[in-house]
Design a protein around this ligand. Structure first.
Ligand SMILES: [Zn+2]
Length: 130
């Protein structure tokens, strides 16, 4: 699961993946999978929820039983976590180089428009409260 956690000095919140089996932070994508449930009957993704698991003990404990026993209504499909950032940049319509440089594809004009919309929303919310 993706969570906000505090950094080691406990001052700055940051997003981090937590193992859905052992609940410890995932600190190395090379030894991690992301996985989701697929219906055995229809071959469709069941609820779309993505789980992240350490490779080895954690992923075996969570997925082996459903994957090996045909009586389970679903099986777990999976990918290596190292590919998730790349796939997300596609889903979010970001370019990888720009994501790496921490630049979004938002122009100054678009940012001003978003600020204006947020200010108008705030004004509207305040007017309702009065
Ligand atoms: Zn784990």
């Amino acid at each position: 699961m993706l969570c906000m956690i505090l950094d080691k000095d406990e001052t700055k919140p940051r997003p981090a993946f937590i193992c859905d089996y052992c609940n410890k932070e995932i600190t190395d994508a090379r030894y991690t999978i992301y996985t989701w449930k697929v219906s055995r009957e229809t071959e469709e993704i069941t609820d779309g929820k993505i789980y992240t698991l350490h490779k080895g003990i954690c992923d075996k404990a969570m997925t082996d039983s459903d994957n090996k026993h045909r009586r389970s209504l679903f099986r777990w499909d999976w990918g290596d976590l190292i590919w998730l950032p790349r796939d997300l940049t596609y889903s979010l319509n970001l370019l990888w180089d720009e994501a790496q440089e921490k630049k979004l594809l938002i122009t100054e004009e678009e940012e001003k428009q978003m600020q204006t919309i947020q200010e108008k929303l705030l004004e509207w919310e305040n007017s309702i409260e009065e």
